[in-house]
Design a protein around this ligand. Structure first.
Ligand code: URA
Length: 239
């Protein structure tokens, strides 16, 4: 995660931020002797502590300086915190991460029927930054279409003048690669609503499957659907 050196913090705030318990409950955790600082029982929930020196039930704190996670979203999951429209990606994460404060959120979203790489973090400023249009974070999508893509589509998407159906603002230049029968790869630097599907729809093609294999400098690689990997360093290109 972003290299923020551990700074002294109130113990109850720290336990709540990392998803162990609420600030109110922290009092009980300290009283029970579940929390130690430098191996000695913590004295009070409002004592200032260096996060690196705190343990809960003998274990170091779970990423006290923040989380940055690469996650393979499986088809059929939704990128919201409420599960009204199906199982959420958050239900596949460790229980404690779901209680972190600030909450763990995805940087942008993928549709329910899409799969692939999502970047998740509890750093709200980072989410804002990487979703801001001016940052032009490149995202790579592998698509399967209902027809063969045509070579002339490459120039159309690259032109910077292509209009999606119902839009008056042209799409930023996008890189299309024809991969094989009914298959293409599209790199976008924007993240408009259903953009990949709507761009192909504008050319008369229906996206049948959609998978994101890259987000900025991060590759999905061999991460299995539903699994994740914690990133420890923030690449310079994303700062
Ligand atoms: N474009 C889409 O149409 N859907 C996604 O999930 C992502 C990009």
């Amino acid at each position: 995660m972003p290299p923020s050196p551990s700074r002294p913090r109130r113990l109850d705030q720290l336990l709540s931020a990392c998803g162990y318990c609420s600030r109110r409950e922290a009092k009980g955790w300290v009283k029970q002797g579940w929390v130690t600082v430098d191996g000695l029982a913590a004295e009070s929930p409002d004592q200032k502590v260096d996060p690196a020196r705190v343990q809960v039930e003998g274990e170091p704190l779970d990423h006290p300086d923040g989380l940055l996670v690469l996650f393979h979203k499986p088809v059929g999951t939704i990128c919201t915190h409420e599960d009204e429209e199906g199982p959420t990606i958050y239900g596949l994460l460790p229980e404690r991460w779901r209680h972190r404060n600030p909450p763990v959120s995805s940087v942008g979203r993928l549709d329910k029927d899409a799969s692939g790489l999502l970047v998740l973090t509890d750093d709200g400023a980072l989410v804002q930054k990487w979703t801001a249009p001016r940052h032009h974070v490149p995202k790579l999508y592998e698509v399967e279409l209902d027809r063969d893509p045509l070579p002339e589509w490459v120039a159309i998407f690259a032109s910077g003048t292509f209009l999606m159906p119902g839009e008056s603002k042209p799409c930023a230049p996008a890189k299309l690669e024809l991969v094989g029968p009914k298959r293409a790869r599209l790199e976008l630097t924007e993240g408009r609503f259903h953009q990949v599907k709507r761009m192909f729809a504008g050319l008369g093609a229906v996206v049948q499957t959609l998978h994101r294999s890259r987000f900025g400098p991060y590759e999905l690689g061999d991460l299995a659907p539903g699994s994740w990997k914690v990133v420890s360093d923030l690449p310079a290109t994303m700062e």
